[in-house]
Every structure is written in C-alpha cells, then in structure tokens.
Design a protein around this ligand. Sequence first.
Ligand SMILES: [Mg+2]
Length: 290
Amino acid sequence: MKRYRAIFFDWDGTAVISRSAPADAVAAAMAPLLTKGIYLFIISGTTYPNIAGGQLERYFPPAQLRYLFLGLARGSHNLGFDQNGRPTHTFDPQVSKDILLRIHQTAFDVHQELLRDYDYPTDIIFDRPNYVKVDLMPGNDRDANLFLSGDELGAVKRALARHGYHAGLAGLTELALNCGARHGLAVRPTCDAKYLEIGVLNKADNVDAFMERVLAPAGIAAEECCFWGDEFLELDCGLNGSDSFMHTPLTQGADFFDVGTVAGERPTHLTHLGGSVETFLRFLKAQAAL
Ligand SMILES: [Mg+2]
C-alpha cells in the first residue's frame, strides 16, 4: 500500500455514518497518523459545530492538532488549530455582504420559477455561510443521515417529473446558473438530490487553499496525497456529487477513493471501493501501520 503524506476526507458518510454518531472510532484512527506528522484535512460541507459536536479538538493534544485542518461550509471556512489546540480560522476567502445577498436572490428566483411554472414546492435554508440550500424534497426528512442515501435520486427525479419538470437535476443546476447570471453572479451550484446548494465557492476552494497554503510550503506534492469521499457519483448527466469538486487542477495528481454505496456512474479518475465508513477507517489504520 502506498504511504501518503496527506489525506483529505469528507466527514458525513465517509468518516462517520451520521452526524449524531460518535467520532471516537475515526478520532482513534486519526491520532496515530497525526503523531507521525501526516496531514489530515477534513473537507465537509458543514460547519464546525456539526463535526463531532463542535468538540473535535478534544480528541487530540496540540502536538497532533498541528497536522489537522478542516475545510468547511463549501469553501467558506478553512480552520487549523493554535498552539493551545483551539480551532482558528486560517485564510478564509472573503465573500461580501453584497454577493451573499445576490446568492439569496438567486435561490429565491429558483424557488419562484419552480413554483410559478411547475407548481413544484421547495423550501430555502438561508442561514448557511456564503451559500443557501434549496430543499427539493421539503416533506422528506433525512433525520440524522445528512448524505445521499437509498433511492433519493430516483425519488426527486420522479417528483419533478410528476410536476412536468423533465430536465432533472442537471436542469436545476442550469436554472441556478441562469438565475445567478441575472444577478451578476457566476454561481457554482451542487446538488445531492435532496438539496440544491447555491454559492460562489465549493470544496475546490477548500482543497486548493490547503494545497497552496499548507502542503506546498511543506514540500508535499499532489502525488503524495489522497482524497476520500462518498459523493463522487454522477447524479445526473454531467452533474457530479459534491466530493467530485475536490478534484482540481492542483489536486489531479492525487489518488481518489469513493466509499459511497449508491450504484451509478462515477468519474473515471477515481477508485470506487464502496463499504462506507468501515472502508475508510480500515484505510486509516493500515496507513498508520506502514
Ligand atoms: Mg459525505
């Protein structure tokens, strides 16, 4: 097995099975790698309070936390830890209030167009940093499992079709692009079936920031890195899941692994292992043993 100097990984569905699941198992697998000076980057769409109940730093002493970083909220937050082991923001991209307001307008336009032309109901979650979530299945609660599962993809496509909307998820991302352009924004929408997320950043901004600001100064190349997630799947024609955005011009020399369990087309640059969290934890333990 190849020995990596940096491991990037998604959280929900990759490192933990659900947001309410304890982080003990993954933290135990991470600790020996951090001790060896292997960089670990958690790249998640969520915010710090949703990672291990906002207490992730409690699992590791400051010496280990030196090598732990979090890229969160779709490119909005890049966190490291200070000498005392407290999480600290490092090089967050700045999104102005004006741009944020235009992102909100864009989501509202998407909502209005679907309601006006198709009688299709959506809900909007506005309180996310630098992006909004358009809930495409407001009546369908995921409970604690905040990632693509089961036949959600089929369910949302069928629901759209019942309302006479046949362009699928690719059509919705196109709609978001058009609505964004109306407000002078080049939005970068993503969709995980339940949510259409609209913002100007995504996971590419997190991983590129860490490649440039942490790994390049440490002399670590993309070829010494690997990336893990559970949502690389092609959701619709030309529309890949949120983890696929970790594949950028800066990271393309790295190895990519998918532990997702939903069947379907995946990008050709990655290895699909399946097996969810168990597969990823087994990999971390094997790396620590090298
Ligand atoms: Mg995930």
